[in-house]
Every structure is written in structure tokens, then in C-alpha cells.
Design a protein around this ligand. Structure first.
Ligand code: ADP
Length: 496
């Protein structure tokens, strides 16, 4: 059945990207549009999204006290028709260079206003368009208030029967603010109490979505199971356990047109699984580009990452067991790292690179370099503490770059340890993100590189054939939408 789906998001590739969320929303939207659904996406027009490339809609939405907000339109291209994208042009909230934070990495002080506005404006926009979605689909804490507004007396009757689906891309970011900020939300006190928004003395956007959305999904089957436990649930596991319907884990796909080593225009040489020799040349290009010594015998390990605790940086840089330094000094290896994070950590890493000729660190966001690192590296390291899905390990597999990843979340759903399964193995699993386990597992991969190169080649080739497609994810989301719409219709027909 064809549905009307409104995606509400703070990131959308290629317009605004801080991490994998941007890719996921864009790819899911185009996959669903390609299957015949009417998919539309709402996001803020941040300052860095050029209005020149957009088309202004002949309507404005009115919010109190913000006033009227112009809306621009564009499309996310994809295979098939693509999805319609609406951008909210509200300068006071979104006329900034960052999505969530200032250039120094500090969250904007008015994020409560900025992102409650996003949800509210999304509802107002649908009304102004005369378009009633079957499903409002929100992604991560910035859109967590959609189900709350839809319960509020102000909006309750606007979209009878519409369901809300909320996807958890990362439970580690909860949108928690002091209770005093509640006055900015424009929500009736009764709704504040019943929507799950309150968390002790705080309000939590994510908590309210987990309590109130008709259906919840997350981005891998293993993460869906993990978040039931305190270690991964980060305080929200009781809220999840209270739900009548469990969180469904649907593995993200990747865009195999964009991430295809045979056609990728962002790398200087293309290759496929029939001939991997170009990888050696690409390795030389990468070494030259980032200033690593040219030594074809030494394996190259790549990392592309936000430099935050979740990604294993405390373990890599641990004071008493500095894994990164131990690897650089004790093993014959070169490491290239592209990432951005807190300024102090970026500085520590750049200084470290100054002291080790086998470490290159590039800070900032650089999509082209990301493609080159995926293509040129022998191994790709993701020692994450937790990983809801992770995209880079899937890109690595596609590029014949052997992933070394923690046995958690989407990583364990996509990588098979070659030491446990010689027939199906595609990478190496780090048992836990501890300094010792990271060192031992990387060492094990490097040992194989030296003494069992045929094992590495077999893993590369198997990895390149793996497919994690948005097409199959979209089919699963359709099931979620069907169930959510049925449940929501059932609730709407119940007497209050
Ligand atoms: P997360 O969303 O938690 O950051 P993922 O692995 O799911 O992690 O997705 C990260 C995405 O962002 C990947 O597409 C990765 O290539 C990209 N990325 C992260 N940091 C950078 C960077 N500094 N430069 C270019 N791309 C980056």
C-alpha cells in the first residue's frame, strides 16, 4: 500500500551532514520513494545551505511567537523519483554555521527552541500544504517532540489516525535540558506530564519519543537488543521495557552507487573485485597526500570518525595503556586518521602525529579524503564502545578494506570474524572496546597480513561481495509503517 510519509530530520545528505544520520535519512527516503510512496522530508535551512539552489514555496507558515517562516523546496535525487525536501528558513534559529554546535564544539544555547521548532513547524507545514501524512517519521532526539505535539490539545485533532514512527540512530544523544526550558516548547502542562518528556529535573526529547511514538525502530538488530540493558540503554532502558511493542532493529543499508570502487569519481583510480592491484597505487597516493613514508610492505590502517568517547578514543589514548602509541611503536603499521571532535582531542592527535612518522592525522570534514581512505587502506579500524549501526565498516567491505571492529551493535551484524569462520569471515572483531582488546585484535590482523596474506585477500574479496541494501531495509520499514498505522487507527477509534 502506498503511503504518505513525512521524514523530519536535523540532517540530510548532501545538504547537511554531521554523521551517518544524514546518509540514512536520505537513502531511506529515496528507497521508499522508489517503491512508490509519497515521501517528503523537512529539515532546517542552515546558513550553509545555499538558497540559490532552492525553490521558494508560495506559502509561509506561522508560528507563535516566532512569526512567519518561509519554506524552500528541493529534491533528494535518487534512483527513481527521489523525495521532496522542505527547508525551514528561520534565520533566528538556523542561520548558523553549525547543525548542533558552535565551531568549538559547544552546543548552541538555544537548541531547545531550535529543535522544538523543527517538529512544530513540520506539523504546521503539513497543515499549510493540506497534506496529511499517514506516518510522521522522526529521527533522533532533535525530532523527539513530534509525538508529544501530536498528543497536545493544540494539534491533537489535526491529523486523526496519523502514526508516529521514531528511529533511534544513537541513544547516546538524548536532548536533555533543564526543566526550566519547558516554557519554550509551547506544550500544555498536562501533555508535559503524560508524554514521558520529564526526566527528574530535566526534560528529555529522546525520552518523550521513546514513551510516546506509535512505533520505535533502531538501526541494527543487535543494537535493538543491547539497548534493553543498562550499559547501552544509558538510563532509558526502563522506558523501553514499558512499551508494549518492542524496538525493531532494521539494519541501515549503504548507497552502492555512491560507494562503488569501480565507478567512484572521488578516487583517482577505480578497481573492482577482479583486480585489486589499483589499491596498491591508491595507497601510494594516500601516503603522499597525508605525508606518510612510501613503504609498500607496511600495512595501512584507516580511520574516519567523530573523535568522541563512543568511537573508542578514551581507550586509544588511555593514560595507563595508550593503545595508539603502543601500536605505532610496537607494530609495523601506518595509520591514517580523518576526523573531527573536541578541539583539545584534535590537538592531542595532531601533536601525536608530529611525533610519529607512521601516523597521519587530518582534522576536519573531508568527503573526498574519506573515499580515498576507504579505497586505499588495508584495514579499517572502528574500536567503538557501542555502534548503533555504523556505515564505515560497510563502506570498507565494499572497497576491499578489511574492517577491525568491536563486537557490538551493527558492527557485529555486518562483519564476520575470519578467525571464527574461515569460510565466511570478512574482518576482525574486537571482543570489547578495551585498550588491551584493541591492541590484541589489531595485532592479530597485522600478524595475518604478514604471515597469511591469502587469508586477508580472501576476506577482502568476500567483503566486496556483501550487500546491505536500502531496498531490503525499506521493505522492513513498510511493515513498521503498516503496523503503526493500524495501531494508530485503533487508538483513534477508541473513546477518550
Ligand atoms: P556516526 O554517524 O556515529 O558518526 P557512522 O559510521 O554511522 O558514524 O557514519 C559516519 C559517516 O560520516 C560516514 O559516512 C563517514 O564516512 C562520515 N564521516 C565521519 N567523519 C568524517 C570526516 N571527518 N570527514 C568525512 N566524512 C566523515
Amino acid at each position: 500500500m502506498k503511503r504518505r510519509i513525512l521524514m523530519v530530520t536535523s540532517e540530510l545528505f548532501p545538504l547537511a551532514k554531521a554523521g551517518g544520520l544524514a546518509d540514512a535519512v536520505a537513502d531511506l527516503s529515496t528507497a521508499l520513494a522508489g517503491r512508490g510512496h509519497d515521501v517528503r522530508v523537512v529539515l532546517p535551512r542552515y546558513y550553509f545551505i545555499d538558497r540559490e539552489d532552492l525553490h521558494r514555496l508560495p506559502l509561509e507558515i506561522h508560528l507563535d511567537p516566532e512569526g512567519s517562516i518561509p519554506v524552500y523546496e528541493t529534491r533528494v535525487a535518487g534512483p527513481g523519483p527521489g523525495a521532496t525536501v522542505y527547508l525551514l528558513d528561520y534565520e533566528a534559529a538556523y542561520g548558523r554555521d553549525g547543525i548542533y554546535t558552535t565551531a568549538d564544539g559547544n552546543p548552541f544555547e538555544d537548541n531547545v527552541k531550535r529543535f522544538s521548532l523543527l517538529s512544530r513547524a513540520a506539523l504546521e507545514l503539513c497543515r499549510a500544504l493540506g497534506w496529511r501524512p499517514d506516518v510522521f517519521h522522526g529521527h533522533d532526539w532533535p525530532t523527539g517532540l513530534i509525538p508529544v505535539y501530536l498528543q497536545d490539545p493544540l494539534y491533537r485533532d489535526w491529523f486523526p489516525g496519523s502514526a508516529t514512527v521514531f528511529t533511534i540512530h544513537n541513544l547516546g544523544y538524548q536532548g536533555t535540558f533543564p526543566f526550566s526550558e519547558v516554557s519554550h516548547l509551547g506544550i500544555a502542562p498536562g501533555t508535559v506530564l503524560t508524554s514521558g518528556l520529564m526526566d527528574g529535573r530535566h526534560i528529555s526529547f529522546l525520552r518523550s519519543a521513546l514513551s510516546s511514538a506509535t512505533a520505535l525502530t533502531t538501526v541494527s538488530p543487535t543494537y535493538a537488543m543491547e539497548i534493553d540493558q543498562p550499559e547501552y540503554g544509558l538510563g532509558l532502558e526502563p522506558v523501553l521495557r514499558q512499551r508494549t511493542s518492542p524496538v525493531r532493529g532494521i539494519l541501515n543499508g549503504i548507497d552502492y552507487d555512491t560507494w562503488n570502487p569501480a565507478t567512484d569519481p572521488l578516487i583517482p583510480l577505480n578497481y573492482d573485485e577482479n583486480d585489486l592491484r589499483q589499491k596498491a597505487l591508491l595507497r601510494r597516493v594516500l601516503r603522499w597526500y597525508v605525508g606518510l613514508p612510501q613503504d609498500d610492505e607496511v600495512p595501512l590502517v584507516g580511520m574516519i570518525t567523530r573523535m568522541v568517547e563512543q568511537k573508542g578514543f578514551a581507550e586509544l589514548l588511555s593514560q595507563h595503556n595508550p593503545t595508539l602509541v603502543r601500536l605505532l611503536t610496537r607494530r609495523r603499521v601506518q595509520l591514517v586518521m580523518l576526523g573531527s571532535g573536541p578541539a583539545a582531542r584534535e590537538r592531542v592527535l595532531r601533536e601525536l602525529a608530529g611525533g610519529f612518522s607512521n601516523l597521519a592525522v587530518v582534522t576536519g570534514f573531508d568527503n573526498q579524503l574519506a573515499h580515498l581512505i576507504e579505497a586505499a587502506s588495508d584495514f579499517f579500524l572502528m574500536p567503538s564502545r557501542y555502534e548503533p549501526c555504523g556505515l564505515n565498516q560497510m563502506y570498507s567491505l565494499r572497497y576491499g578494506t578489511v574492517p577491525i571492529v568491536t563486537r557490538t551493535g551493527g558492527l557485529v551484524d555486518t562483519v564476520v570474524d575470519i578467525r571464527e569462520d574461515e569460510e565466511r569471515g570478512t574482518g576482525y572483531l574486537i571482543p570489547r572496546s578495551s585498550p588491551r582488546d584493541i591492541f590484541d585484535t589489531v595485532s592479530s590482523a597485522l600478524d595475518d597480513f604478514e604471515s597469511a596474506p591469502e587469508r586477508i585477500t580472501a576476506a577482502r574479496l568476500r567483503g566486496m561481495k556483501q550487500r546491505f541494501t536500502w531496498e531490503s531495509a525499506a521493505v522492513e520499514y513498510e511493515e513498521v509503517y503498516r503496523d503503526a498505522v493500524e495501531r494508530s487507527a485503533g487508538e483513534a477509534s477508541m473513546p477518550n
